[in-house]
Design a protein around this ligand. Sequence first.
Ligand code: GLC
Ligand code: CA
Length: 569
Amino acid sequence: MTRHVAPDHGGRQWWKSSVVSQIYPRSFADSNGDGIGDLPGVTSRLDHLAALGVDVVWLSPVYPSPQDDNGYDVADYCDIDPMFGTLADLDDLAAGLRARGMKLVMDLVFNHTSDEHPWFVESRAATDSARRDWYWWRPARPGTTPGTPGAEPNNWGSVFSGPAWTFDETTGEYYLHLFSRKQPDLNWEHPDVRHALHDVMRFWLDRGVDGFRMDVVNFVSKDPALPDGLVAPGARFGDGSPHFLSGPRIHEFLQELHREVIAPHQRPTMVVGEMPGVTLEDARRFTDPDRREVDMVFQFEHVDLDAGASKWDARPLDLRALKASLSRWQVGLADRGWNSLYWNNHDQPRAVSRFGHDGEHRVMAAKMLATVLHLHRGTPYVYQGEELGLANVAFGHIDDFRDIESRNHYAEALAHGADPAVVLEQLRARSRDNARTPMPWDDSPTGGFGSTRPWIALDPGHRRTNAGAALDDPDSVFHHYRRLIALRRDDPVVVHGDFTLLLADDPQVYAFTRRLDGVELLVLGNFGDDPVEPALPDDAAWTDADVVVGTGSGVSLGPWEGRVLRRVH
Ligand code: GLC
Ligand code: CA
């Protein structure tokens, strides 16, 4: 039996017993009627987060930015975009959080800057500019005419469609951008780049923030040779990822950052690295406390399971694969390291539509998904609107979409002969805009988001599903999340208990136990439209067990029903 470990709220690892709420500021609340959410808007809605009971807020980027990728293209790391407010507004928000016992985590986008960042402006000015090597500049491929198709220095594709290189007339060379052409990649090989980024982190820590979410941070160490990638059958570009995913110096860079910035800081912080494509083996290294790199990573295995050749090529989810993946991470990070737990964020379609049911069973499915996720071992993340059970939006026209990834994919697919109706269907299932519609606060025409037309359309479903209605209804998805978060705070088995997957081969039921000091929880979720009677090894023992969260009793489940049972040995 596992030994009881006391919760560690005040200690260095406070994030182990925390629940994080992610705010996407442009879509949260608009205070000044320009149609775009802002910092005073967030501050005005903190009671909602306090009622939910979360411990930490992660704020997506609010720095000055041309907004090519909604702020993930930063033009100044140490200021606030006027669209979002001022540094004083950020301080007000931080104070409002502190007053409610919550912490603040900033989003750091350090793999790239905006092309309008002064560093890049200087870098691109001349081949002998002092900051030339702060970015990845390369001449055209030998034997080609610079600036013509195919002359790019290598064959890598950008995550946002097209080549990962843009030709720059001024110096006749190309710069690398793994994302949009307005997001040139920083060259972390240059020590001055790393030191400048360390200074940015110190700036925010000195201002009182409690931690960082580091955007695609496992992309920052590249093989400086930048070799061509393999071209998959039917693909237009090579796959560069073997040359930059958790690249040669990544552990060294993260250890340096910890040594230089995190360790010397007085207050205990939390650092989570966003790491697409990270393997479990690497995640063990990244999050092993003895190695002093990051506290946890966002891994992507479970959100890649329903993708085919690309994220746009959606496949039905096989629940067995989902269980196998998440439980492998549970076991893999049990003795070393730590998991982050998420279904949703600003890059993912809404989980209730994707893994659950967004018709008649939407509320049940949203609660069940929450139950299953929050009872895993790790730090759960709740993305704005998830606590209301928000579903995907059914945008009818390409002009309704705002996201650069979605719009570029649409343009590129059509240019290569795809049927627009088919591509729109892909966007409806997969677009990041599904997560970016304005937060519905009430059933008024603007949904309480602001006083004018928002930058992206409000989901008409807000008349029925909104925060006000959810708070008033004790059976709402919101109150279910609130109960799950309270359970994590009150019962140490949720934070510290061991994890055992049951019924690995069952295609419809997600079942596992958590145990600590003679306390055992059984967690059940029905991922199907039909009622089910799971064949658990000792189901009789659970017949009279306490139901701590969820509906019904015993082990049988209605459609999309979830439940947590508790017994003491
Ligand atoms: C991360 C962000 C995403 C952004 C990308 C480039 O994946 O979460 O929103 O587009 O990095 O910064
Ligand atoms: Ca505004």
